[in-house]
Every structure is written in structure tokens, then in C-alpha cells.
Design a protein around this ligand. Structure first.
Ligand SMILES: Cc1cc2nc3c(=O)[nH]c(=O)nc-3n(C[C@H](O)[C@H](O)[C@H](O)COP(=O)(O)OP(=O)(O)OC[C@H]3O[C@@H](n4cnc5c(N)ncnc54)[C@H](O)[C@@H]3O)c2cc1C
Length: 429
């Protein structure tokens, strides 16, 4: 089967690109012009995974079906896991699909697709840096299934701690980047919420320990943002250890370069690495399996592009574009422009230029912290509190607006607010 544009991966970047291209071409040429492929059936905004993990976001309500988004935005959607790419002959292969109930029953065989242009937007997973026991014993937040898996385990641990004589739950989070910090903060909120559903005889303590190997948390952000975030976490009762490296993770312990800690559960949020499968795609990759692209996001093969977390793209002489939702979004907007210009047979020489508009980190329900870059002055502004939290949420809203349009985004935001008020903040099943 042939498609002119195939986008693989419907995350923060790929879905936005599919929606933009679909709206541009689909109305005029039909939905078969642009195909989006994803290995899951529904989309969830990845920066909310820490909320899914603690149960403050329900993925069944938050998730949007790709097939419905495809219909609305005039592109096609195919469920499938890309396992092979032949960039020279412009072909890709999707793995067979097996039934969840009957593991042996193949319901869809392997499929091969040809394309004129293919955009890889596969995202990234976790980097365990060969730490002993990390892969076996630590939870990760790579996708919605990981987050749901952790949430079920967390509910079990809450219940177990409420009835055990120990009355304490030890949670260790490895990695003090945005994911680790946001998860630690959200976890304290979930803990407060769960206590409200318990009687006083079931109360238990929680020890949340955030472990970071660098000299400060949020090392990629300005120092005062790190200092403010550390202070806010400590006020919530979270222990923050910096210059501390996790060296071994066991079933009930974490051994660092300083001490051995008791542990009921560990979450690994210490770094990213793209899939090992990327090495089989016949494209140059870097040491963390990201596809190397030029300033127009193209791989060495004409018509094969990579974007978002799975792409290694130079920012300037020293730095690479960071793995962030805002970068994936900017690349989607850029590629849409580039592909449209090519379609119009115009010469397009403009390179992709990443504009850092700052970074915001959520510190729970009504708090955030971060820095914003002034677009004219280029100066860095520090913001915190409720305003920072609102600005943090605006990136999510902008993503929804790009795939749903403004009226539906507003309606959805309102419906979710009402649902939360009525049914409570925490998902308890
Ligand atoms: C808990 C958490 C909090 C975060 N907070 C922030 C934040 O506050 N701000 C920020 O800017 N960034 C944040 N990030 C990072 C941000 O989520 C990523 O940078 C962004 O999602 C990258 O977008 P992407 O399109 O490259 O990949 P993703 O959004 O990861 O999407 C990749 C898609 O590819 C699909 N896929 C993967 N492999 C295959 C395959 N073989 N075949 C078919 N489909 C495939 C996946 O199912 C997925 O849908 C956070 C990340 C996490 C985990």
C-alpha cells in the first residue's frame, strides 16, 4: 500500500504534524494522502504521565482515540508497531498484531507500506546507564501502560501500608529532572487525597526520596529555579539528595554511593534513550539511539525525516535540541511548512531553529516554577506559583488546540473540570 506522507508515532510532535498535514492536504486530496501509524490506539499527552501514574489523571477520560482525531483532521490512522524500515527503497513494515485474550491468535499479519516521505516521531524510553537491578526492579514512565501499571501498584502499596504494622511507605525516585520532580510533588498530593478516604486507624507515613547524581536538581534550568523547586519539595516533606548516584536497585532496597535505603517502590526517571530497534532502520544513530538529522530534520536519505525525542538535531555549535514537548511541537510546525513548500515545488532552504521559550515544572496542584524567555529582550524571567502552573498547563492546551481546535479544547477542559469536582481528584481503581 502506498501513502505519500507517513508519520510514525503520534506523540507530542507526530500527532500535531499529522493534524496539520491532514488539514492542509486531506480536504483537497482525500484522507489517504497522510497516514499516521502508532502502536497504541489512543493518544495521551506524555507530560501528564506522572499524573496518570499517581491517579490524578484518568487516561480513560484524558485519552483521545487516534481514529477519531484522524477523521476530524482528514488523515488516515493505522494501528501498528514499526519493526523495519528500508529508507533506500522507501518501505516500512508493521509487526503482526496478536489478540490480547488469545496470545496465539494472530489477528493482523505483517504489513508493508511504501511512501514518498516518511517522518519518524517515535519518542524515547529510559536510560538505565547499566545500573544493577534497575531494569528488573524499577518502574518507568515511558508510556501510558507503564504509568497505569505503576498506579495499580501504588494503590496496592497504599492499602498494604494502611494495614501493616510498619505504617510507613518508602518511595525512591531516581532522577531529579522534570519527570522526577513532578512525580515526587504529585505523589504527595495523591498521598494526602488517599488519607482523606481512610479512617485514622489506617493512617500511615510516606517517605519520598528524590535522588539526583548532579549537584542540583533540574540541572538543565537556571540555578534559582532549582533552588526554588528544592525548597518547595522539602516543604512538602520530600527528601532531596543531590550528588548521589544510585548504584544498585533491589526488590526492597536502593544502594547509592553514600548509603543503602529501604525501599517499597522505585521509579527510574534518570535519563532517556531511544529504542534499540532504531539501530535496525539503516539510518545513522547516536549513542542513545536517536536518529541523526541535518538542519532540515532530514536523515541522509532523501524524504526520510526524524523529529522530537527520537531525533538528534544540532541547536548550535555546542548543544543539541533538548528532548522536550515544546521542541517536538516547533519541529512539527517547521516540517509542516517544509513539506508544504516541497508540495508546491518551491525551494525551501530555511533551517530548523529551536527557540527556547523557557521551561516550567509542575509542583503539584496549584504550584509551578520555571523560567520564561522574553521574546524581544531574550532575557530570562523567573516565575512561580499559580501563574507558573497555568503557563505550564497552557502547553497542553496549545497541543489540544492544534489537534482539536479551540472550541472543542475549551469544552473538553470544562468537562474535565466538572468531572473532577463531581467524582473526586484521585482515580481509585
Ligand atoms: C512524566 C513526564 C513529564 C514531562 N514533562 C514535560 C514538560 O513539562 N515539558 C516538556 O516540554 N516536556 C516534558 N516531557 C517530555 C515530553 O513528553 C517529550 O519531550 C515529548 O512527548 C516528545 O514528543 P515526541 O513526539 O518526540 O514523542 P512521544 O510524545 O514520546 O511520542 C512517541 C509516539 O511514538 C509511538 N511509537 C513509538 N515507537 C513506535 C513504533 N515502533 N511503532 C509505532 N509507534 C511507535 C508511541 O506510542 C508514541 O505515541 C515529559 C515527559 C514525561 C515522561
Amino acid at each position: 500500500m502506498f501513502y505519500q506522507y507517513i508519520i510514525i508515532g503520534g506523540g507530542a510532535g507526530g500527532l500535531e504534524l499529522a493534524a496539520r498535514l491532514g488539514r492542509k492536504f486531506g480536504r483537497q486530496y482525500g484522507r489517504d494522502k497522510v497516514l499516521l501509524i502508532d502502536k497504541t490506539a489512543y493518544h495521551i499527552w506524555k507530560p501528564t504521565l506522572h499524573e496518570v501514574a499517581v491517579g490524578t489523571v484518568n487516561p480513560q477520560q484524558e485519552g483521545l482515540y487516534y481514529s477519531a482525531l484522524a477523521r476530524r483532521n482528514h488523515f488516515s490512522f493505522m494501528l501498528g508497531n514499526v519493526i523495519k524500515l528500508d529508507p533506500e527503497n522507501k518501505q516500512l513494515t508493521l509487526a503482526s498484531i496478536y489478540s490480547h485474550q488469545e496470545q496465539d491468535e494472530m489477528i493482523v499479519p505483517e504489513r508493508v507500506f511504501s511512501f514518498e516521505r516518511c517522518i519518524l516521531a517515535l519518542g524515547c524510553g529510559s536510560n538505565f546507564f547499566n545500573t544493577l537491578g534497575a531494569e528488573q526492579h524499577a518502574y518507568v514512565l515511558e508510556n501510558v501502560y507503564d504509568a497505569q501499571n505503576f498506579q495499580v501498584h501504588l494503590l496496592n502499596l497504599f492499602t498494604k501500608s494502611a494495614y501493616s504494622p510498619k505504617k510507613v511507605l518508602n518511595v525512591n525516585i531516581i532522577g531529579g529532572g522534570a519527570t522526577g520532580v513532578e512525580l515526587a510533588a504529585e505523589l504527595t498530593e495523591a498521598y494526602q487525597e488517599i488519607l482523606q478516604t481512610f479512617g485514622s486507624s489506617q493512617y500511615f507515613d510516606i517517605n519520598i526520596h528524590l535522588i539526583e547524581s548532579a549537584p542540583r536538581i533540574l540541572a538543565g534550568l537556571p540555578e534559582h529555579v532549582s533552588a526554588q523547586a528544592t525548597h518547595a519539595l522539602q516543604q512538602k516533606g520530600i527528601k532531596v539528595s543531590v550528588s548521589t548516584r544510585a548504584e544498585e536497585i533491589g526488590r526492597d532496597f536502593v544502594r547509592t554511593n553514600h548509603e543503602t535505603l529501604d525501599s517499597d517502590v522505585v521509579v527510574w526517571a534518570a535519563g532517556i534513550k531511544a529504542s534499540n530497534n532504531n539501530a535496525l532502520f539503516g539510518l545513522p544513530i547516536n549513542r542513545i539511539n536517536q536518529f541523526e538529522v541535518n538542519s532540515q530534520l532530514q536523515t541522509p536519505f532523501e524524504g526520510v525525516y526524524a523529529m522530537g525525542d527520537c531525533a538528534s538535531c544540532k541547536w548550535d555549535d555546542e548543544r543539541y535540541v533538548p528532548a522536550r514537548a515544546q521542541a517536538a511541537r516547533q519541529q512539527a510546525i517547521y516540517l509542516h511548512k517544509l513539506l508544504y513548500a516541497h508540495h508546491q515545488q518551491q525551494t525551501f532552504t530555511e533551517p530548523f531553529v529551536y527557540k527556547d521559550s523557557g521551561s516550567l515544572v509542575s509542583l503539584g496542584d496549584n504550584k509551578g516554577v520555571g523560567n520564561l524567555m522574553g521574546s524581544l529582550s531574550g532575557k530570562n524571567f523567573f516565575i512561580q506559583g499559580l501563574i507558573a502552573k497555568w503557563m505550564y498547563m497552557s502547553l497542553h492546551l496549545m497541543h489540544h488546540q492544534a489537534i482539536l481546535g479551540a472550541p472543542k479544547t475549551l469544552l473538553l477542559a470544562f468537562a474535565r473540570l466538572v468531572h473532577r469536582r463531581v467524582s473526586g481528584r484521585l482515580k481509585l481503581h
